[in-house]
Design a protein around this ligand. Sequence first.
Ligand code: CP3
Length: 342
Amino acid sequence: MNLQNDLLLKAARGEKTERTPVWLMRQAGRILPEYRAVRSSLSGFIELVKTPELAAEVTIQPVDILGVDAAIIFSDILVIPEAMGLPYEMVEKKGPFFPKTIHTAADVDQLKVANPEDLSYVTEAIKITKKELAGRVPLIGFTGAPWTLMSYMVEGSGSKTFSKARHMLYTQPEVAHKLLQKITDSIIYYVKSQIAAGADLIQIFDSWAGVLPPLQYEEFSLKYIRQICDAIEEVPVTVFAKGAFFALESLGKLNCDTIGLDWNMKVAESRDRIGGAKTLQGNLDPCALYGSFQEIEKATKSMLDEFEGGSHIANLGHGVYPDVDPEKVKCFIQTVKEYSSR
Ligand code: CP3
């Protein structure tokens, strides 16, 4: 189907656009009362993820309500561990929890490579969303990066340091590699099924890139992200590696189209180190949206000025925070639209 608004895909391919496209990581869910209304009619987050009609509805909400230039499918990165045989729970106000975790080679052997059929609730949601969007904006599919998924599978929950997962890299590197390869194989099948269902772009979230030292990042994360990028030929790919300022040169060499910057990264320096061939996405501090409308406008304009002269997709430097006023989000979006079409 032809897209009426293909700004995101054009910018990802490095083509000139009449203005800068804008969307927000974690725009589906979290901030909208309309999302909470849908969610509270169910047992919780996981039931929503597994109910394609409703997942499609909350995917489209930010397009209707906020006016973003892309939808991102409502799901979670943790659906892959579950499809590999490691189910998760989502604990209210705390986050993910895995009752069973991975410690030994035998644990890894017991996992299976995810069969896309076990994730058909995601592909079904993508098909419904595409139909209901009717070409208004592109739909972003996504996956966690292998390292970030491994972190949860070993740690069992969120962590500031992921020291249990990093423990394994030092004490059982071969087990870690075996696990990472199994996750990578699962991801490749999964993103291919998302693309077949209609995803127009794939974003890889390496949320915990920043806990690794540079050499380990190359060995235990980039090596596997590279396999995923090389396997996707059909649609543009974005890699968002949070905290990986030390790896910008290597990220620039990946077979992908866009690199996401978090808010700690200086734009000009990042562009130099990544190289001019890639589009950059980002990178307003999510906390900037706690400021006044006037301050948000100012911060957004100055961010756009920093990216001026290169291909850019406007976004925050990480996911939007749950307690941000949707009116402030609209101010960010409106400012990007108006200021970049000068
Ligand atoms: O971008 C989008 O809006 C699409 C939906 C999406 C969700 N999770 C829905 C969600 C996406 C892209 C994700 C990715 C995700 N999930 C990441 C990578 C991005 C990042 O922020 O770094 C990570 C690390 C996770 C794991 C996860 N899922 C955590 C730590 C939590 C709890 C805290 C929170 O609210 O993020 C979740 C739960 C989750 N995933 C919610 C939503 C809307 C909140 C659940 C609820 O409704 O209570």
